[in-house]
Write a protein that binds this ligand. Structure first.
Ligand code: MG
Length: 383
């Protein structure tokens, strides 16, 4: 009998972490949980630890970066699911990669900020890096078995978020509740706000550039409102492959954890339903639209950071985190998010790429973004 794959999860109490544990619970003969690192929810972490019996369980809030490192390396996993938001787990993931441990990457800031370094470290240690983001999982699946020189370009699809049909003015003054109303995906707060601004897609363009080693000019974005087609690969002979699936994060999570195997899942019993149709329907359509960079400037900011290279993507991602947090706290308008990012990234110098430089760019972008937020803080009546 085959040994079960040992899994450690960084961010086990978050949206991706809990969905990954659901996938693992459905496939107990394939996976064994050896490490869990939760965020702030101590009660949920205790519950998860009692159910899955990991060797090591830590809470980021109390155990900090050292706790993440213990889970990523000392729990001796075959694969680490990196599913924390932001920069908190960078060092833990690098340590795991350097130990030759495979990483299923859901932490998109990690690939955006430090992707070039991470892939170089993985090449040196032999660790495999597998995408969990649905679009990248889709493209990865389209490219399995394809020679590199046959790839012309790739396409990431975007749901367009809740403001796709809104005017520039409506977008500028959107509330937090408006921005959290995502049409198709269930995700954490940061991801959902990023989807509303299309920064999520911008970060994914940079992520795709690292995963598939392609420049920005060969990475396209098409808005596809129903999130059934997740990614496409266009080949040099004009043939195009697309990956389609229900918008359910457990599918790309399961693909990354089980790779190269495929997990048993309840297969759709109806071909039309499998391609996004309503049960009982006779017709479904796949519709694609070009993105609008005027109403959604964050996407353009991300392409610019990718073209600039070096630590520019790290600065972009850090400034975005600060701007999104300020919006969620009611400090700035939704429309001020791209303004703060543009101001902050312009103020951060370009450093020569190293992990220290990534941390330095991250710190200075956060400071610059806080300054930009302070200048745009909305006036609260009566104060
Ligand atoms: Mg995605």
């Amino acid at each position: 009998m085959r040994r079960r794959k040992r899994v450690a999860i960084l961010g086990s109490t978050g949206s991706i972490g809990t969905q990954a544990l659901d996938v693992i619970a459905r496939n107990p003969e394939r996976f064994e949980v050896v490490g869990l690192a939760g965020g702030r929810n101590a009660a949920l972490l205790r519950e998860q630890a009692a159910r899955f019996g990991p060797r090591i369980a830590t809470l980021a809030e109390t155990d900090g970066a050292a706790g993440l490192l213990r889970v990523a390396v000392e729990s001796a996993p075959d694969i680490v699911l990196a599913a924390t938001d932001g920069a908190v787990a960078f060092d833990a993931v690098f340590a795991a990669v350097d130990s030759g441990i495979d990483i299923a990457i859901a932490n998109k800031e990690l690939v955006v900020a430090a992707g070039e370094l991470l892939f170089a470290h993985a090449a040196a240690s032999g660790a495999k890096l597998l995408p969990v983001d649905s679009e990248h999982s889709a493209i990865f699946q389209c490219l399995v078995g394809e020679p590199r020189d046959g790839i012309a370009s790739i396409v990431l699809t975007a749901s367009g978020g809740p403001f796709w049909n809104a005017t520039a003015e409506e977008i500028r003054n959107a509330t937090v509740a408006d921005a959290l109303r995502h049409p198709t995906w269930q995700m954490g707060t940061k991801n959902t706000i990023d989807s509303a601004s299309l920064m999520n897609k911008g970060l994914e363009v940079i992520e795709a550039s690292r995963f598939f080693d392609l420049p920005g000019e060969r990475i396209h974005v098409l808005v596809h409102r129903t999130s059934v087609a997740h990614g496409l690969a266009i080949f040099t002979d004009g043939n195009v492959k697309a990956q389609l699936a229900a918008p359910d994060m457990r599918l790309p999570i399961g693909y990354a954890l089980a790779y190269p195997d495929r997990l048993p899942a309840p297969a759709p019993d109806d071909a039309l339903v499998a391609v996004g149709g309503e049960r009982g329907a006779e017709v479904t359509t796949l519709r694609f639209e070009r993105p609008d960079l005027e109403r959604f400037p964050c996407l353009g900011l991300a392409y610019a950071a990718l073209a600039r290279g070096g630590t520019a993507p790290a600065a972009l991602s850090a400034a975005n985190e600060i701007a999104v947090a300020a919006f969620v706290n009611g400090e700035i308008a939704f429309g001020a998010i791209p303004e703060c990012i543009a101001a902050a990234t312009a103020a951060v110098p370009q450093y020569e790429l190293s992990l220290d430089a990534v941390h330095e760019a991250d710190r200075s972008a956060r400071a610059a973004a806080r300054g930009a937020v302070a200048e745009r803080r909305v006036k609260i009546r009566g104060i």
